[in-house]
Structures are given as structure tokens and as C-alpha cells.
Design a protein around this ligand. Sequence first.
Ligand code: P6P
Length: 334
Amino acid sequence: MSKNLIQFIIEEQRAIPSASGDFTGLLSDIVSACKQIAHDVNKGALIGVLGSAGSENVQGETQKKLDVITNEVFLKANEWGGHLAAMASEEMDDIYHIPARYPKGKYLLTFDPLDGSSNIDVNISVGTIFSILRCKDGVTNPTAEDFLQPGTKQVCAGYALYGPATMMVLTTGHGVNGFTLDRDVGDFFLTHPNMVIPEDTAEFAINVSNQRFWEAPVQRYVDECLKGKTPGGREKNFNMRWVASMVAEVHRILTRGGIFMYPLDTKEPGKGGKLRLLYEANPMSFIVEQAGGMSTTGRERIMDLKPTGLHQRVPVILGSKNEVERVTGYHKGL
Ligand code: P6P
């Protein structure tokens, strides 16, 4: 029997002299939340959790019942353990303060409790994305401002993928490891140690319905992929995928390579992109970089960005290093 996730983390923690059991305790609570979400997502219509919640989130997006349910699961699983100073979620306008009846800890948690939830009613894979930051020493009552740290400050990033198998993939800055949920035992076991993204790929992922809104460098890159080995194209033919669930796209790229793009577009000028920096782009960029990939806005490294707002959006181009370098080079006129 391979290692379970918590055993793996405790053994990793022993390699970090300064690490306390605090981090392991926090991760254990996050894992519990993901197990609960895996149950609710898997039961679906059987327990009446599909369909719209009849409300909108801070993004102006219609919330699914499971968006609201999974957000509540994450808050309840993580508020009591004494590991967190505060939380922030795609589904909540402002940060979530730890209730006074519970002790506070030194970490900040950001999360998208159900990424790709537009897929849930049509039974396509969805996921949870999370990122752990340290709260500044001496800050006992954090504000949204305390969350606005560049991605390079992340202590841990991970996701749960609720697909044919339920998996958790995470990094603490020492590579990327994947764990699969054994429902009979009720635990995640190490099944994908040291995940590495191939530097080259022949598979791109982008929502082509936005093509007329893209900037020239992305138009050029995608056009060359579509031309493949014909004149004006590339040295190889390309395949295309678009799941509309970032967790599924990133997991495919971690498993067999690829490039995922949600670039800046003129569809909604001034929005700055579609994906959210703190709880989508930054955690996925940490994971992708730790697996040997690359993640930029097209113009700069995502993890270097100084966030300006809790729900700030950014363009995202991530995946196989040589392809992300090519697209980023096109943005620089190379
Ligand atoms: P579109 C899901 O809503 C999400 O945030 C990502 O998971 C996904 O990659 C993207 O948006 C899908 O966007 O415009 O294709 O629906």
C-alpha cells in the first residue's frame, strides 16, 4: 500500500526543520473538505445538489447550488483548526474572518471551491483549487490587503480533480505529487510521484470562440498550430482540447504536456483577463513551475505579479515550457 497524503506530508515536513505540525494540520483539514466535496459531487442529482442556486457571486456569475455548498464545506472544515488567520474564496465578496470562538493560526487560505462548475450539470470533471500563504507576523486581524502577496510567497498550492477518479495534486515547493482517492478506505494515496511536464507538446487548449477578440501574438500562435505542418505553420501537427474546467486542463498538461491559454481579449475590455489571480492563476502557476513548466500572462511571469485586488483577473498562458516561451516571445515581438 503506497503512502497516504498526510503520511507523505509529515515525511516531507521532517525535511523542513522550521516546519511545525501546524501546516500538516491545515492540509489535513483541506483534504477532509475535498473528500466531502468529492462525495457531494459524486452523488449529484441523487442528493439534489445540481442546478442553479438562484444567486450571483462577486464575479457576477450565476452560482450553482454546489458552488454555495462546496464553499460552505471549505469554510466549516478549515475555520476551527487554529491554523488559519483568515480565508478568501471566489464565492465571497470579502475575506472570511475566523469566528471568535476558534483560535487563529499563521496561514491564509484562498480557494475556488468548485472550479468549472458550469460543467457540473452535464457531468463533466470539475475541481477545487487552493493556495496557502503566510500571514505577516503580528497581524492577528488580517484584511484583504494581507492576501495581496505575489505567487512566489505561496507556501503550498494544490487542487482536487473530481473526475473518473478523484485526485489531489499539490506542491510545497519541492516538486509536484499526485494522490488518488480510494473510496473504500476513504483516503488519498500517492499514485503519481514527482509529476513533470514535458517541455514540448503538440496539444493546445484555448476557447476558440473568442478568436476574434485575441491580441495578434495569440492569433499568430494559434494560426500556426492550426496550419500544423502546412506552409506558414509549424514543424508538426497539433491537437486541440477545451474542457472549460481549468483543473482538468492543468491535470492533463501535468500528465502528458500541453499549453493552456486564457489570454487577454477585447471581449470585455478592462477586465484584465478571465481567470482570477489569487485562487486560480497563482496556485496553478506554482504547480506548473514546480513540474518544470512555465506560466506567464504573455508578457510577464504570473508568480511575480503584485496583486491589486482579492478578485483580480489576469491572462494565463501556462504549460510545456518551450511552447509558453514561444507565445511569450511573440508578445515581445520575437
Ligand atoms: P469559458 C471555469 O469557469 C473557468 O474559470 C476555468 O476553470 C475555465 O478554464 C474557464 O473558466 C472556462 O471559460 O469562457 O470557456 O467558459
